[in-house]
Ligand binder design. Structure first.
Ligand SMILES: C[S@@+](CC[C@H](N)C(=O)[O-])C[C@H]1O[C@@H](n2cnc3c(N)ncnc32)[C@H](O)[C@@H]1O
Length: 264
């Protein structure tokens, strides 16, 4: 594990935090009353919020499985990992390829405090956790480079991360800096929030997060497309996460776009 060791003073339980609010939506126990309060407020506005969290998690599972099984990817860099929820990304990747190497990155001390659950992989594989901020891609690349060989293909996953980083806060620069170092044959998988399908509820939800001190950004289909510029999108392109190669017929449009693309 690299990064600062957690101490209770770094875990601010007076303000809601995205990783813990998301954990509540997924039915987890690693959240505090302040997180539950915001999660309940958002659920009251948009009853579909817990469903969106589960659909997003399922998107992570399907994209990881596709990249490991169909594209033969053996190295994964997952930024904005979240509090561990089984199955975690390394468990999916290593169930396909036992020697897969996975580096997790998050900037939340509570994720660091639970990172031991992310580090129990197969005997042949490697998992590592780096505490770093996505807006500092150079630190991430330097530390991930101790485990991953960037001369060979890597799957970079930014699942439900980029809506926490505004354009003016460097969202595009961080994606460009990370994709730039990837070898040809690497992949970018991402999901991020949109107001394209349900603008009223999404904007009210964004306002509730903002009142809790959390910045959220919704992006249009075209704006999400900018993250994939220069890459080859896999079928079915950029779609609502539940519509990306679904295992069952999606019943509704989840307000998160997802896509996977290959670096030529
Ligand atoms: C909604 S959770 C998504 C978790 C997981 N990727 C998934 O989709 O199931 C978003 C995660 O991104 C992390 N995050 C938000 N902003 C970040 C930043 N600037 N740098 C690193 N991690 C960040 C949060 O701490 C949280 O754990």
């Amino acid at each position: 594990m690299t990064g600062t060791e957690p101490d209770s003073q770094h875990i601010d339980t007076t303000r809601p935090h995205p990783a813990r609010v998301y954990d509540w939506f997924l039915g987890g126990k690693d959240n505090y009353p302040v997180d539950e309060e915001l999660a309940r407020r958002i659920t009251a506005i948009d009853g579909g919020a817990p469903k969106a969290a589960r659909a997003n998690r399922a998107f992570m599972r399907r994209t990881t499985r596709a990249l490991a099984a169909e594209a033969g990817i053996r190295q994964f860099l997952d930024i904005g990992t979240g509090i561990p929820t089984e199955p975690n990304l390394h468990q999916i990747a290593q169930s396909v390829t036992p020697d897969a190497r996975v580096v997790y990155v998050d900037n939340d001390p509570i994720v660091l405090a639970h990172a031991h659950a992310l580090l129990r992989g197969t005997p042949d594989g490697v998992t590592e956790y780096v505490q770093a901020d996505a807006r500092d891609p150079h630190t991430i690349l330097e530390q991930a480079g101790r485990v991953l060989d960037f001369d060979r293909p890597v799957a970079l996953s930014l699942i439900a991360l980029l809506h926490f980083v505004a354009d003016e806060d460097g969202a595009h620069d961080l994606v460009a800096a990370l994709v730039d170092v990837l070898a040809p044959g690497s992949f970018l998988a991402l999901s991020t929030m949109t107001a394209d399908f349900d603008p009223e509820n999404v904007h009210t939800g964004i306002a509730a997060y903002a009142a809790g001190g959390v910045t959220l950004v919704a992006r249009s289909h075209a704006e999400v497309g900018v993250f994939f510029e220069g890459l080859e999108l896999l079928e079915p392109g950029i779609v609502s996460v539940a519509e990306w190669r679904p295992e069952e017929e999606p019943r509704e449009r989840i307000s998160l776009y997802g896509g996977v693309a290959r670096k030529p």
